[in-house]
Design a protein around this ligand. Sequence first.
Ligand code: BG6
Ligand code: MG
Length: 221
Amino acid sequence: MIQSKAYKYKGIIFDLDGVICHTDQYHYRAWKIIADELGIFFDQKINNKLRGVSRMESLEIILNEGKVKLTDKEKEALAKKKNDAYRTFLNELTPEDLDKKVLETLKALKELKVKMAIGSSSKNATFILGKLGLSDFFDAVVDGNSISESKPNPEVFNKARHALNLEKEECVVVEDAFSGIEAARNAGMDSIGIGDASKSDGATYKIREFSDLLGEEFLIS
Ligand code: BG6
Ligand code: MG
């Protein structure tokens, strides 16, 4: 019985895109539109470099790939165009898009009395949570609107754990981005790598799927 166990950490800080939901693939599709327009080669491998990184920094990475130089005004226009395309994809999201196993795992963690926060670089995080029916689920949401530095800077995770009122040793971060694993380390917190970040040597733990968060290694009798 999982309910008779305790969780190894008092708090979990989840990244959003690519961890709770598959919006990382919407980011990919939206950036692909921009890259194609600029004639810059763009694939999933390059997309992995954008995980956890802010919108403007992501654009800089893509422009660097193509050795394309633009004015600030042109960059602003492209970032807006990307976000408009991304929001069109997000508009289609419904609670049905939330993986059943993710929802069950989140509910089980809540029953185990684990405090939970979102720590995301995205300015669309609140919108996405609303679309997925998760607006009121998390104890705290820290997103791209409340930070001045994106991952690997630890700001987002420091703010999230303060919001949970926990010490850094009491929290673990769940991330799909190498930059996110580094941010957790910079915050002095343990981390769990999933997806692309399950290849990161810096991750304290690596899991294959979200429900592995309920694995024996995280439960105390
Ligand atoms: C992160 C994504 O969650 O949010 C990045 O991993 C993205 O790929 C960043 O660039 C910013 O997102 P948004 O929604 O503010 O453009
Ligand atoms: Mg992510």
